[in-house]
Design a protein. Structure first.
Length: 242
């Protein structure tokens, strides 16, 4: 079985559509969405509906939470707060209904899915360094935990002796004796310096995980962002993946 995991679409419909074609080309059997369908990008409504059509499970992200009015945006940066306000006004009832069913965590085959961190999913902590990663291994019992939220893909491995190391690979064969904390990157707003969409493929037949990068028409997304009046900073960052 081939599983696809994607996160942080952020209303980037162009990116989402390019990945839907790639999911087909990669013969993905089941798709899981790890949160932040909306925020920053220009097509939140269409993105939510498309995610709803293709996913077998969907998680709540902090931007989704804010757009549903379930939390205040005072700790959001200026651009995020601005786009949440705009997003709220552009969501249809159908999209709100789909988002209201997003869950904080999901489990399958000894894999935990959560948007931010297994420590406190509802408090939206960022796992930014090895210290954060090491601590978070204590907050899930499954062999593998997949997260999104920082928009930067990584694989952290904990071995039998308890030592925690950062894998430099973009592809890894998972070993039964080890545990893994994997950030699956961002589909719609990557921040690791590579502006292409990022998602994760897990093949349960050979126990492999692989980051997949997908080219999409960034200029088209930027044009729609400018048209709806989203901040220039958000428009510019898409092209550089920061
Ligand atoms: Zn995000």
């Amino acid at each position: 079985m081939r599983y696809g995991f994607f996160s942080d679409v952020h209303g980037n419909l162009e990116a989402m559509q390019a990945c839907v074609l790639d999911f087909k080309a990669e013969k993905i059997d089941k798709l899981f969405f790890l949160g932040d369908a909306v925020g920053y990008g220009p097509n939140p409504d269409e993105s939510v509906k498309l995610i709803g059509d293709i996913s077998v499970a969907m998680l709540m992200g902090n931007h989704d939470y804010a757009a549903l009015g379930l939390m205040e945006t005072e700790y959001f940066n200026q651009y995020a707060a601005e786009s949440v306000g705009w997003t709220k006004s552009s969501l249809s009832e159908k999209a709100i209904e789909i988002m209201s069913d997003f869950s904080l965590t999901h489990e399958l085959d000894n894999i935990l899915l959560v948007h931010s961190s297994p420590r406190e999913p509802e408090n939206w902590h960022y796992i930014l360094d090895m210290e954060d990663a090491e601590e978070n291994f204590n907050f899930f019992t499954q062999r593998i935990c997949l997260v999104g939220h920082t928009h930067r893909p990584y694989i952290v491995v904990k071995d039998e002796s308890g030592s925690v190391v950062l894998s430099k690979q973009t592809e890894e064969i998972l070993e039964d004796s080890k545990r893994y904390l994997i950030n699956i990157g961002s589909l719609g707003q990557p921040r690791d310096g590579d502006p292409r969409c990022c998602y994760l493929i897990y093949d349960s037949d050979d126990n492999s995980v692989r980051f997949k990068r997908v080219q999409y028409n960034i200029k088209d997304t930027q044009k729609v962002m400018a048209k709806v009046g989203l901040p220039e900073y958000l428009i510019d960052r898409l092209a550089v993946g920061r």
